[in-house]
Design a protein around this ligand. Structure first.
Ligand SMILES: Cc1cc2nc3c(=O)[nH]c(=O)nc-3n(C[C@H](O)[C@H](O)[C@H](O)COP(=O)(O)O)c2cc1C
Length: 223
């Protein structure tokens, strides 16, 4: 059982700016993960397996993308007992995201408004972190890697950003999420149109011919 109850830390963290509290907490998790001090927050993982899309999840409770955008706390967050963890969104190049302040607490609604805009250190740093993580996946946890486009990349060139990210994350992910839904990157949701989705899907299939996936159109043969 965790040695530090959330009820004890919450007043302290809520006395800080939301992003500063987030950075402080993740920084400590990054530092203490895979050490004996991980017992401060570790919980036994509930064993309630379920298989979805060929992936065997140890339980149904996962952590959504956005909390660990750089994938630096996979093992430490895994120690909370999650069955799956999704990290990112990562973009090809590091970028600062939207101007601050950009995260707002609404305590009376138990809610948060987020206008971060894919702040992250970029693909190379993300991949190094993901490859350093060891205990979560080794213990059967499912890892999702979430990819996006840089704010500075014109929307017409978005596919090249997604392909770059896909190439990088593909060997290290149990599943990949293509983020085309964030409201915090200009025009991103235009990629949800049928035409854009078709191009993305074709590019994805072409890039990964050796491992074709369900839903990919058959490739033209070189007759
Ligand atoms: C601060 C914050 C940052 C987020 N960043 C991302 C992100 O980078 N990529 C993403 O796909 N979703 C991101 N999300 C969305 C979450 O992954 C999740 O879909 C959303 O919070 C809804 O789930 P919930 O109702 O359990 O909070 C973010 C959410 C929050 C609150």
């Amino acid at each position: 059982m965790a040695l530090i109850p959330y009820a004890l830390t919450r007043p302290f963290l809520f006395g800080m700016d939301p992003e500063a509290a987030h950075e402080l907490t993740l920084g400590q998790v990054a530092k203490l993960q895979n050490t004996p001090l991980q017992c401060l927050w570790a919980e036994a993982r509930v064993h309630d397996p379920v298989t979805v899309a060929g992936l065997k999840f140890p339980n149904r409770v996962g952590l959504a993308a956005g909390l660990d955008k750089n994938g630096r706390c996979i093992d430490g967050l895994g120690a909370f007992g999650f069955g799956f963890i999704e990290v990112g969104t990562v973009t090809p190049k590091g970028q600062p995201g939207n101007p601050k302040p950009r995260m707002f607490r609404l305590p009376e609604k138990n809610a948060l408004i987020n206008r971060l805009g894919f702040n992250n250190e970029g693909l190379a740093s993300f991949l190094a972190n993901v490859q350093r993580a060891k205990s979560f996946r080794a213990g059967g946890g499912i890892l999702g890697l979430n990819i996006g486009k840089n704010a500075a990349t014109p929307i017409e060139d978005a596919a090249s950003d997604y392909l770059l990210c896909l190439d990088g994350v593909y060997p290290h992910a149990d599943y990949v999420t293509v983020n085309i839904s964030s409201p915090n990157t200009k025009n991103l949701r235009a990629l949800q149109s049928d035409e854009a989705a078709k191009t993305e899907n074709q590019n994805h299939c072409l890039a990964h011919q050796p491992k074709p996936e369900p839903g990919c159109a058959p490739q033209p043969s070189a007759a």
